[in-house]
Design a protein around this ligand. Structure first.
Ligand SMILES: Nc1ncnc2c1ncn2[C@@H]1O[C@H](COP(=O)(O)OP(=O)(O)OP(=O)(O)O)[C@@H](O)[C@H]1O
Ligand SMILES: [Mg+2]
Length: 284
């Protein structure tokens, strides 16, 4: 396998609370090679977003991080803010769980979509705008020219998420971190976005860390999977290994829930099940 492009060793993120200090991420290690999609799954609160924010060096000030994070051989935990800004724009991209984390409310979509291309890719204004419009088309945005003139608050949540995905993809980062990139999107757009991620991986050899709750998405797009629980990686391996023979109860639960939903869908002739009465296996 190729040398890892991203390597995380013994990463911990601690918070001090009234009840004492607790590790929301507790000594995890993993590697991501070029041309590989690693899925990070795990229950809510298990530390997935904090892990990705650590790699971006965008943790909230209250968080205390320890461990080593190397991107293309550089230990980013020791970089200055300034140097980190360059790494962030040029080599790592992130699709955030909450689009407004990365969209600036007072800048037009055009400005936000072209800024990185101009600064990190040296493009002129017109070229950057053309590239941005093409990226908006790629994520299925109707009337991309109109959207370019708008501001984030004028767009729906799903549109904002697509704009953020398009902005991250235009920079063609070596490492892309995608935190639940498709949750707010309907299934057709979701499939389109996943295709774009796979394309980034195969065409440019980018490494992608894909955070998701959807085991179907893992099965279809990822090469390897790591399962987090309470700040630790409790299981990891190739997607085939882990999904065919899940060792951990959380992974088995995820699989069971997925299979059960499939069976319910089949029985109901493809209509989605009522989530008010979840199947036995996913009740806890
Ligand atoms: N600023 C903060 N202060 C204190 N605790 C925090 C802070 N941010 C996150 N946490 C705690 O850290 C834990 C992990 O949070 P994180 O956002 O990484 O979870 P997650 O796996 O991404 O969950 P989800 O699937 O819901 O997005 C949670 O228990 C959360 O309460
Ligand atoms: Mg999260």
């Amino acid at each position: 396998m190729a040398a890892p492009f991203l390597s995380v060793s013994d990463l911990s993120v601690r918070f001090d609370t009234d009840a004492g200090s607790f590790a929301a991420v507790d000594g995890i290690s993993f590697e991501l090679a070029r041309g590989e999609i690693l899925a990070l799954v795990g229950e809510s609160g298990s530390g997935k977003s904090l892990t990705s924010l650590s790699v971006m060096r965008l943790l909230p000030p209250a968080a205390a991080m320890t461990g080593t994070i190397r991107i293309d051989g550089t230990d980013v935990t020791t970089l200055s803010r300034r140097a980190m800004q360059d790494v962030r724009g040029a080599r790592i991209g992130m699709i955030f769980q909450e689009p407004m984390t990365s969209l600036n409310p007072v800048l037009s979509i055009a400005r936000q979509m072209t800024e990185g291309l101009r600064r990190h890719r040296g493009m002129g204004k017109t070229d950057a705008e053309m590239r941005a419009i093409a990226a908006l088309v790629d994520v299925g945005i109707p009337d991309p020219e109109g959207v370019m003139r708008q501001y984030p608050h004028q767009l729906s949540g799903g549109m904002r998420q697509r704009v953020m995905i398009a902005a991250a993809l235009t920079l063609e980062p070596g490492v892309l971190i995608a935190d639940e990139p498709t949750t707010a999107l309907d299934v057709t757009v979701q499939a389109q976005v996943l295709d774009l991620l796979v394309d980034l991986k195969t065409r440019l050899g980018s490494g992608i860390l894909l955070i998701t709750h959807d085991i179907g998405v893992v099965a279809e797009t990822a090469d390897r999977v790591a399962v987090m629980r309470r700040g630790k990686i409790v299981e990891s391996g190739s997607v085939a290994e882990v999904l065919e023979n899940p060792a951990h109860s959380y992974t088995r639960g995820l699989m069971a829930a997925h299979l059960t939903l499939d069976r319910v869908m089949e029985k109901r002739g493809g209509r989605p099940p009522r989530l008010t009465a979840p199947p036995e296996e996913i009740r806890s």
